[in-house]
Design a protein around this ligand. Structure first.
Ligand code: HXC
Length: 262
């Protein structure tokens, strides 16, 4: 709103919900550098907008994203890649984002597209979605977290199989293996479902939502003991919030809480 992008459609479909659609149809949303920079900029704008509490990222019916832009990468040298820290701008995508991100995948999510989808806090897809890390077929390996996030999500043996063969992962497998939280029957239902979930999240205390995302994310980096200790500290800290008083007070009084985000 206000700002227009070459490779994105950006809107606010519901109160509190920021919506980003990748829009580079001729290349199946291949993630060229200008697109990634725009995506960073749109995410940053939502991050700093107090009216936005949760974000949905999707692509088209045919492709969430068919990967990093192979034509852009093909002539890259080691010195270019290493020297300019190619892909570093991608890691930005998740590290600054404190608001929940729901990725809604329809069609292809391959290579960098699969990696981008896995950067979401919640991943949804529709029954025709196709995931994969086909980098091996191009003589490289995943470069935006795929080997780490896919392995954490579906386990070592399945991730090894996918990454070493380059074979796709179907929506059905993604659902059964827990790569995605839900598999919807159609692309429209998938996008609507993501927006609905984002709206539900936006209806809670944003202090609690931020803390919830933070404690779950810690589980990806910490051992169970340190993770549980971290969680307890955050839990204790929330007794200093107004919204804890409002939430528990409303329950006891059989009323609906009116969150202050304080
Ligand atoms: C650049 C791409 C692209 C990509 C598709 N296109 N994927 N361009 N980079 N990753 C372009 C095609 O060249 C073509 O352009 C147009 O999009 C339509 O694609 P088609 O191949 O004609 O469509 P289709 O036959 O339906 O096949 C769909 C597909 C196939 C199976 C998804 O496009 C494909 O295999 N794409 C590459 C998938 C891949 O290898 N991804 C990993 C990339 S490596 P023209 O001009 O011919 O019409 C990677 C590394 C990440 O992501 C590392 C960290 C970021």
């Amino acid at each position: 709103e206000g700002k227009s992008y070459e490779y994105l459609n950006v809107s606010t479909p519901r109160p509190g919900v920021g919506f980003i659609q990748l829009n580079r149809p001729k290349a199946l949303n291949a993630l060229c550098t200008p697109l990634i920079l725009e995506l960073n900029s749109a995410l940053r704008a939502f991050q700093s907008d107090n009216a936005i509490s949760a974000i949905v990222l999707t692509g088209s019916e045919k492709a969430f994203a068919a990967g990093a832009d192979i034509k852009e990468m093909k002539d890259l040298t080691f010195a270019n890649a290493y020297g300019a820290d190619f892909i570093e701008s991608w890691s930005d995508l998740v590290s600054f984002l404190k608001k929940p991100l729901i990725t809604a995948v329809n069609g292809y999510a391959l290579g960098g597209g699969c990696e981008l989808a896995m950067m979401g806090d919640i991943l949804y897809c529709s029954s025709g979605a196709v995931f994969g890390q086909p980098e091996i077929k191009l003589g490289v390996v995943p470069g935006a977290g795929g080997s780490q996030r896919l392995t954490k999500a579906i386990g070592k043996s399945r991730a090894m199989e996918a990454i070493l063969t380059g074979d796709n992962i179907s929506a059905k497998q993604a659902g059964e293996w827990g790569l995605v939280a839900k598999v919807f029957d159609s692309p429209q239902e998938c996008v609507d479902g993501a927006v609905k979930t984002a709206e539900k999240i936006a209806g809670y205390s944003q202090i609690a939502v931020k803390a919830a995302k933070e404690v779950v994310n810690k589980s990806q980096d910490l051992g169970i003991r340190e993770g549980v200790e971290f969680e307890r500290r955050v839990f204790h800290g929330l007794f200093g919030s107004k919204d804890q008083k409002i939430g528990m007070g409303a329950f006891a009084a059989k009323q609906k809480p009116e969150w202050t985000n304080e």
